[in-house]
Design a binder for this molecule. Structure first.
Ligand code: ATP
Length: 256
């Protein structure tokens, strides 16, 4: 007998539109089990950001919407739930491009994430200490205006701010974008530590499949708004076609 387990997050057959006609996501289904790192891979424009924004109901400001399908958290439908209600249920989004408040200090930026929970001052400060524990660099820069820090530090601030909500799942869009390889590795190592030590799950949109599959448990590859392939990170790494197209293999080189 097979025992049916409920995934922490499950997206079933979603379709997302911008305006009335631009079909950005056609039929995407995916799952994130508790405690896992799942990579959402694909080229520029494949639909990764749209999928992540659809989960947190963030398509509206871009005149986008989910036109079909459903989203479930621990088996319960959360389709249409606002981003802040979803945060209260343990799912937080870190948008592509880092989005810090440039005129606020690093510490003020991080603290901004904590207020969503309406915590006590002691709780807020202990969460802040925890974030500094994960990102020691941010403690050193705590009084620096976020706009004056490096791209890597701003990405850490954005993740740190999200961690202030005490999430169970972080939806993280393109953390490596525009960053030096050594900083990217530092950030991914922190993601792995957060996952293994604190059990935080991640749904990670990345163009850099090679990198993401080193850290992920499972991966989905999007092409033109559809899931073209999925499998364990090990399976995807071993597939020659994936290697050629997404991991910098022979054909990718030829196409380039
Ligand atoms: P990237 O890595 O460039 O962010 P992506 O895989 O995240 O790519 P999306 O940003 O989700 O892809 O884009 C999917 C499709 O939707 C693309 O064809 C894109 O041009 C289109 N699209 C994205 N945002 C909008 C928008 N605000 N209005 C109209 N079309 C959009």
């Amino acid at each position: 007998m097979t025992v049916q387990t409920t995934s922490f997050l499950e997206i079933r057959n979603i379709e997302a539109l911008y305006g009335q006609a631009i079909l950005a996501v056609r039929d995407v289904s995916l799952k994130v089990d508790e405690g896992k790192i799942v990579a959402l891979l694909g080229a520029n424009g494949a639909g990764k950001t749209t999928t992540l924004k659809a989960i947190s109901n963030l398509l509206g400001p871009e005149r986008g919407k989910i036109s079909r399908g459903s989203i479930h958290l621990q088996g319960e439908s959360v389709s249409g739930l606002s981003a802040s209600r979803l945060v209260a249920k343990g799912v937080v989004q870190v948008l592509e491009g880092r989005h810090c408040f440039p005129h606020l200090t690093v510490e003020e930026n991080i603290l901004a994430g904590g207020f969503v929970r309406k915590p006590s001052r002691a709780d807020l400060l202990s969460s802040l200490e925890q974030v500094y524990g994960w990102f020691p660099r941010l403690r050193e820069k705590r009084n620096t205006k976020a706009g004056l820090t490096s791209g890597g530090e701003q990405q850490m601030v954005a993740i740190g701010r999200a961690l202030m909500t005490k999430p169970r799942l972080v939806l993280l869009d393109e953390p490596s974008m525009g960053l030096a390889p050594i900083i990217v590795q530092e950030i991914f190592e922190i993601i792995r530590t957060l996952n293994t030590r604190s059990g935080v799950s991640f749904l990670l949109a990345e163009q850099n499949a090679n990198l993401a599959l080193k850290y992920a448990d499972y991966g989905y590859i999007l092409e033109n708004g559809r899931v073209a392939l999925s499998g364990t990170a090990e399976e995807l790494r071993a597939r020659e076609d994936v290697h050629d197209f997404y991991l910098g293999g022979v054909r990718a080189a030829r196409v380039n």
